[in-house]
Design a protein around this ligand. Structure first.
Ligand code: PEP
Ligand code: MG
Length: 592
């Protein structure tokens, strides 16, 4: 007799991109969101029965729906009942049902893919029939096929609401909107086929403090829904069907991680300065007003980036001036006297908002997004500026414009801001002083940073986009994620150029891309001369701990050395060696 353990699924380790740190241990929950019906995917033999059961449930549901339609039509449209009867017959047709079930079993195809393939074959058969009447019956097959497919996909969708306990979501992709709606009580982590470290889904995961691994390429084809799994979002490791030893090991890691998190909170109240007294402001990036409380608990000195587009994604209608005013005012009051840096709407690219991004652009990342959209659209921009100016009466508020690529855009924004201020003054509505800055995230802005610096009060470098545009690497594309190198010599030089332009002009320079929150880069950023690092608030205690053990002088010398190296690999090797030498304990904790 075979032993029971021989039949247990094998432990499998997958390596992806660690998108949000921490360890999660739970059952998987496979989600097929945004799938076009009929997409083929291989399944595991162990999944065959569940896939067939799902398909048969869809057949049963379709049948029940048709019977209901028949009942309702019986009184008024009796002459058409034969159509429904035909459809009911098709639902019993062996060529459709058995063929699909056979494909699932023989080809290890998912139900949706098998149904799609069967339907295509049936259509071909009908297309080749010479009798016109019979050929026209194809539409009946289409109609039944659509109904079946909808029920099949619908069943998968409903599953998320039906989560019975804690789960790790496994999805091909999760949009930022999907991620925002995850039930924090139940979803303890997620993994996706696509995405990179700086995709907005990854950023949101960090801000929601949910461990996540992205860019696994085909995790959805490898995981059976309900299978036990472990994810380590710090290292990008995913373990399917862990053995008892692995399980124990990761449980210990999880406890250690959670313990370190708590221990780090002592840094919340300590000043953010180097050993030799150089002060760098550590600010938080937030997406929604609700994040402000978490940001405060991590010891932020103000908000360096308020991504306002999430206010627009959270509802089906753009927020009104009053709603925005209240959100910005609440943030300003909560943070005073520290600043709240409100970035105007940055939609487009992967922050797609269907109600706003109406164009079908071939290359939306380089399309009508961010400030380009705001300037062209006008009405929303004006409303947002009014809300920001009004909130400025209640605290230390700054405004910044995203994706600026030339001085003309800055002037257009400033002109509009001035007009809106005059309008409010004429209406007798109070406003406050407002520092005006720009996001430096296009190569053009870097190249003319010296000219731009004369036009604004501060710069904030958005490295997530700057790296993407500088190296021509889509930040959300897992296939080129290996080329997304924050320490590429071109990126280092770009950062150096921006910092020195800001210094020469005497304006503040912040960095609010994801680089700012990674300890590996902290010394480099301080040495380059950034006066503010703005990051996911949960990263602040770690960055502060590291900063308090470093000196400005040594950080500068490190940067000088790194700037002489010709490849990203050499820069990384040199930096890691230095960090390992100087912070062995933090390095060994796997925190750098
Ligand atoms: C950036 O590009 O670095 C940035 C902070 O903006 P976002 O990630 O919202 O595009
Ligand atoms: Mg950006």
């Amino acid at each position: 007799m075979a032993s029971a353990s021989a039949e247990l699924p094998q432990e499998t380790i997958l390596i992806g991109i660690g998108a949000s740190p921490g360890v999660a241990i739970a059952r998987s929950h496979l989600l097929n969101r945004d799938r076009v019906g009929g997409i083929e995917r291989r399944i595991l033999p162990a999944e065959v029965d569940a896939e067939i059961a799902g398909f048969q449930a869809a057949v049963a549901r379709s049948r029940a729906q048709l019977l209901e339609v028949k009942e309702q039509a019986a009184d008024h449209h009796a002459e058409h009942l034969y159509i429904i009867d035909t459809h009911l017959l098709i639902l019993e047709d062996q060529l459709l049902i058995n063929a699909t079930v056979d494909l699932i079993r023989a080809e290890l195809l998912n139900a949706e893919g098998a149904l799609g393939r069967t339907l295509r074959r049936l259509r071909q058969v009908f297309d080749s029939i010479s009798d016109e009447y019979l050929r026209e019956r194809r539409s009946d097959i289409d109609s039944v096929g659509d109904r079946l497919m909808r029920n099949l996909l619908g069943e998968v969708r409903e599953n998320l609401e039906a989560l019975s306990g804690q789960a790790i979501i496994v999805a091909h992709d999760l949009s930022p909107a999907d991620t925002m709606q995850l039930d924090r009580g139940k979803v303890v982590g997620f993994v996706t086929d696509v995405g990179g470290r700086t995709s907005h889904t990854a950023i949101l995961a960090r801000s929601l403090v949910i461990p996540a691994v992205v860019g696994l390429e085909n995790v959805t084809t490898q995981v059976a829904s309900g299978a036990p799994m472990i994810i380590d979002g710090t290292t990008g490791t995913v373990i399917l069907n862990p053995s008892p030893e692995t399980f124990r090991d990761y449980l210990a890691r999880k406890q250690r991680y959670d313990y370190l998190e708590r221990e780090l909170l002592v840094y919340q109240t300590l000043p953010a300065e180097t050993e030799d007294g150089h002060v760098v402001a550590l600010r938080g990036n937030v997406e929604l007003p609700a994040d402000i409380a978490t940001a405060r608990s991590h010891g932020v000195e103000g908000i360096g980036l308020f991504r306002t587009e999430f206010l627009f994604m959270a509802a089906s209608e753009p927020p009104s001036e009053e709603e925005q005013y209240l959100a910005y005012r609440t943030a300003a009051e909560a943070m005073a006297p520290h600043p709240v840096t409100i970035r105007t709407l940055d939609v487009g690219g992967d922050k797609f908002v269907p109600e706003l991004n109406l164009l079908d652009e071939a290359n939306p990342v380089m399309g009508l997004r961010a400030v380009r959209f705001s300037l062209k659209e006008g009405v929303l921009f004006r409303t947002q500026l009014r809300a920001i100016l009004r909130a400025a009466a209640h605290g230390n508020v700054r405004v910044m414009f995203p994706m600026i690529s030339g001085v003309a855009e800055i002037r257009a924004c400033r002109n509009l801001l001035e007009k809106v201020r005059q309008e409010l003054a004429a209406e007798g509505v109070p406003t406050g002083p407002l520092a005006v800055g720009i996001m430096v995230e296009t190569p053009a802005a870097v190249l003319i940073a010296d000219i731009m610096a004369r036009e604004v009060d501060f710069f904030s470098v958005g490295t997530n986009d700057l790296i993407q545009y500088c190296l021509a690497i889509d930040r959300g594309n897992e296939h080129v994620a290996y080329l997304y190198e924050p320490l590429h010599p071109a990126v280092l030089r770009a950062l150096q150029r921006v910092c020195s332009a800001a210094r020469d002009a005497g304006i503040e320079v912040s960095i609010c891309g994801e680089m700012a929150g990674e300890q590996l880069y902290s010394l480099v950023l301080i040495g380059l001369g950034f006066s503010e690092l703005s990051m996911n608030p949960a990263s602040i205690p770690r960055v502060k701990r590291l900063m308090r053990q470093a000196t400005l002088d040594s950080a500068r010398r490190l940067v000088e050395r790194l700037l002489t190296l010709p490849t990203a690999a050499e820069v990384v090797a040199e930096l890691e060696a230095e960090m390992r030498r100087r912070f062995p304990q933090i390095f060994d904790e796997g925190q750098i």
